[in-house]
Design a protein around this ligand. Structure first.
Ligand code: NAD
Length: 473
């Protein structure tokens, strides 16, 4: 049996999926293929009736309703029982409230990011710090402390956050091997943070270049993307956020620390959708990406913070550097010009993609071999060959959702867990057959490479990997 046909696990409960957009539609075929389930045991709750035929194609029951803070307990109470799985693939629904509810019902839970209820991301009454992913994560960590042990709730387990957190461990292992450095004997937080410190990984970019395109160009007053336009808009308008490394010499002029929580990350007083950074991927080479906030930019530096005698001695700078598909870059440019008022039309491209690839990986830099990218290079052609109702971007996410579900079913009493606390080898085993080429590549490139003297810039030539050099100003 091939790896794209194997049943990974049997599940006796029901999967209740919230939301059925690009990720929900893409994961449904994978759930049917890889999880042993009774035909009547997938229920989808989604306010939009349009994608119901795709649910019907895979024998899933379809409830056309949306969750609100007032109705979610009653609505979920009709379908979710003890021992079931609550799979949150919606926008604008509170992850913390759903994780709490799943715990109370004795159900497993998974989401792909920590979302608030509708409106919070762009609430002008909240400070940038309160609108940050840092604050959302702190809320989830507070819930974890309050609830303690219980059914597994796998939080932030899509492609990024999710898969890329596991890529970092593979990349650290590969760099250590290539530098002849011994691997730690254990698999705990201190082992991984110690290894990253010993290798002197000062900087980690989640470096992504999406080259998928449609034959129909972007129209005026239209936003195009290869995954959730609402999701991208929300995170693009949150403040830019990044894990703040111990090698950094100075806080950015518009940077600020939060006055609560783990203190592993900072935010910039500007939207991520207008903050650009230099990065590199093997296929695209050097690119400018957007520093969009993501949970992995906060959980990874927290996990990799190394302490001695209670003092922080090491932490890498970690952030996303996202070059979305070209039509999405144009859409962002138009959106910024409108002072961030959303275009009236949205076009999510899946079936109409004609060519291109999503190159999604992690770039670990500062070590003895300069920089190393590890990740997935998945073309649209291969994504289509592997699974229906997906483009390359969604498949990298949906296979991570599948892997997170399987892991939770296999480890049902882990409580609330972040990707760093899961078994990365098991996740990679499930995901790898769907990720196209899994590539590891060293590069001599740095943010200072070929930096012309034409426009004399304020650069730090001693340490290429200072955030000051990485940021495009
Ligand atoms: P989408 O915009 O295509 O779909 C969102 C779905 O949520 C739609 O079906 C919509 O009808 C539904 N929805 C909206 N309001 C709802 C409500 N009140 N109750 C129930 N459902 C509601 O989004 P997508 O691309 O499928 O993404 C889904 C989620 O996954 C988003 O939160 C997105 O940010 C996240 N995501 C994470 C990753 C990752 O790698 N971690 C990648 C892509 C998407």
């Amino acid at each position: 049996m091939t790896d794209t046909a194997r049943k990974h696990v049997d599940f006796n409960g029901r999967i209740v999926m919230i939301g059925f957009g690009s990720i929900g539609q893409g994961v449904l075929p994978l759930l049917r293929r890889h999880i042993g389930l009774a035909p009547e045991d997938i229920v989808i709750i989604n306010p939009d009736p349009a994608p119901e035929p795709i649910a019907a194609e895979f024998d899933a029951a379809y409830i056309t309703e949306g969750l609100t803070p007032d109705n979610f307990r009653d609505l979920l109470g009709r379908y979710l029982r003890s021992g079931d799985f609550l799979l949150n693939l919606s926008v604008d629904v509170s992850s913390v409230d759903l994780a709490r509810y799943a715990h109370e019902r004795g159900a497993l839970y998974l989401d792909t990011c920590i979302e608030p209820w509708l409106g919070s991301y762009v609430d002008p009454d909240l400070t940038p710090s309160q609108r940050s992913n840092y604050a959302l994560r702190e809320d989830m960590l507070a819930l974890r402390r309050e609830l303690g042990e219980g059914p597994t709730a796998t939080i932030t387990h899509g492609a990024n956050p999710g898969l890329v957190n596991h890529f970092v461990k593979v990349a650290l292992t590969n760099i250590a091997r290539d530098l002849g450095q011994p691997l730690p004997s254990g698999d705990g937080k201190d082992d991984w943070s110690g290894l990253a410190r010993d290798l002197n990984v000062t900087t980690i970019h989640i470096a992504e270049r999406d080259t998928q395109r449609s034959q129909t160009p972007k129209n005026v007053d239209e936003f195009i993307n290869t995954w959730s336009i609402d999701g991208f808009y929300s995170e693009g308008l949150q403040p830019a956020e990044l894990g703040w490394g111990t090698h950094e010499k100075a806080l950015p002029p518009d940077g600020a620390r939060h006055d609560f929580g783990a203190d592993a990350a900072i935010y910039l007083n500007r939207p991520g959708a207008s903050t650009r950074v230099r990065t590199w991927t093997p296929e695209a080479g050097p690119i400018h990406g957007f520093l969009i906030t993501h949970n992995e930019s906060i959980s990874l530096p927290d996990y990799l913070t190394h302490r001695q005698d209670g003092q922080v001695v090491y932490r890498p700078t970690v952030h996303y550097a996202y070059h979305p598909c070209d039509s999405a870059v144009l859409s962002l440019h138009e959106l910024a010009g409108r002072n961030w008022e959303m275009q009236s039309r949205k076009r999510l491209i899946v079936d109409e993609v004609v060519d291109g690839m999503d190159e999604l990986g992690v770039l670990l830099a500062g070590h003895g071999k300069n920089a190393y990218w590890y990740g997935s290079q998945l073309s649209i052609e291969e994504a289509r060959r592997l699974a229906p109702h997906n483009n390359a971007t969604s498949l990298q996410v949906t296979v991570a959702v599948l892997a997170g579900l399987v892991w939770a079913i296999e480890n049902p009493r882990a409580g609330i867990v972040e990707p760093e606390e899961m078994d990365h080898e098991r996740i990679m085993e499930i995901a790898a057959p769907y990720l196209g080429r899994l590539t590891g590549a060293y590069t001599d490139w740095s943010p200072l490479t070929a930096r012309g003297e034409l426009f004399a810039e304020d650069v730090d030539r001693e340490d290429p990997w200072q955030f000051r050099n990485v940021r495009v100003v």
